[in-house]
Design a protein around this ligand. Structure first.
Ligand code: FAD
Length: 306
């Protein structure tokens, strides 16, 4: 069984802010689906929405196109993910400049993983930025932007220990990061302990939990194994036998993620970042469960996320 405590307070959603993460679509059909998702989630007035950057910088154009479409065709504030893997400093600076010229003021700065995928040995480009902290500095050199960075409640899988992770997170903050977004996790105690340790290490920026609704348990479990996120036995039990029953799987996924978020709200968390996988239904249902309702048109987040 999970450890989550339910809250039934009628004011549960007060002061809660959400952000949504998308990936850049590869095909026209995927583009249509993403746009349906954006349109469905837009009235929930998220703080911002972010668009990922493919491994090894492989989606540079698609990421740019997607953030630009969100910026110009919706009321949402798009944040561009950027990585520095496999690129020289001048190439990275050029990409930052392109985003800035486009009007982007919100970034998610990541080192990135090698093109061979998560878990492959990372080697900085000989003329490149060697980690997330250096990329943050490069972005901030071009303007006073909102820069989110990654944080790992269960430690980065290639990091020798938590101290190394906190050193890197502190360097990112010192270089101008304004917010950390965590890798997904399913045990809220781990997140709470991580935030306490970060504060003790002198890191005071918001550490926003990344919430992964379980669209497909098998896929999420496999990704979790690669990125070092623990899948508790109780979670596997919840989805046991639902592999070929998508309707029940979705209902259980909404319940599980809602429990997790409600428990975090009980613990004082107010901001949440949802990994949507470009699907609206689970994120929408979870937002509803935490009291977030559609806002009238033009009443959404028209100010740049800060
Ligand atoms: P860094 O902060 O540079 O380093 C991560 C950790 O590695 C450090 O905490 C440290 O412990 C260790 N480390 C780094 N350098 C050294 C060193 N010299 N010596 C010892 N230890 C070291 N990937 C993408 O490709 N595209 C995306 O859009 C994307 N979005 C993401 C969004 C979020 C919210 C998160 C959590 C991850 C995302 N990732 C993305 C994955 C990310 O690129 C990988 O986790 C990558 O392995 C590390 O990136 P980082 O920015 O955390 O790296």
């Amino acid at each position: 069984m999970s450890q989550f405590r339910f809250s039934r307070r009628p004011d549960i959603g007060d002061g809660v802010r959400v952000s949504f993460e998308f990936f850049p679509p590869k095909t026209e059909a995927m583009e249509t689906r993403l746009w349906e998702t954006v349109t469905r989630l837009e009235p929930l007035a998220p703080h911002f929405v972010s668009v990922t950057y493919g491994a090894g910088g492989s989606t540079r154009e698609r990421t740019a196109r997607t953030v630009n479409r969100i910026r110009t065709q919706s009321s949402l504030v798009p944040a561009a993910h950027m990585t520095c893997v496999d690129a020289s400093r001048s190439q990275v600076d050029e990409v930052i400049g392109e985003f800035v010229d486009m009007g982007i003021r919100n970034f998610v700065a990541l080192r990135g993983d090698p093109a061979e995928g998560v878990g492959a040995q990372y080697r900085p480009h000989p003329d490149g930025y060697s980690n997330g902290a250096e990329l943050v500095a490069a972005i901030r050199k071009q303007g006073d932007f909102d820069v989110s960075v990654a944080a790992y409640p269960e430690k980065h899988p290639q990091s020798p220990d938590f101290a190394t992770d906190f050193d890197m997170l502190k360097r990112k903050v010192d270089n101008g990061a304004t917010r950390a977004i965590t890798q997904f996790f399913f045990d809220n105690d781990l997140y709470e302990r991580y935030v306490e340790r970060a504060r003790r290490a002198g890191i005071y920026i918001p550490i926003v939990p990344g919430i992964q609704p379980v669209h497909n348990f098998k896929q999420v479990a496999s990704f979790a194994a690669r990125c070092g996120a623990h899948v508790p036995a109780w979670l596997a039990e919840r989805f046991d036998g639902l592999q070929d029953d998508p309707q029940t799987h979705a209902l259980v996924a909404a319940a599980v993620a809602s429990e997790q978020v409600l428990d975090l709200i009980e613990r004082g968390v107010s901001d949440f970042h949802f990994y949507t996988m470009n699907r609206a239904d689970l994120a929408y249902a979870i937002c509803h469960m935490i009291g977030i309702r559609p806002q009238p048109a033009n009443g959404g987040s028209d100010a740049a996320a800060a």
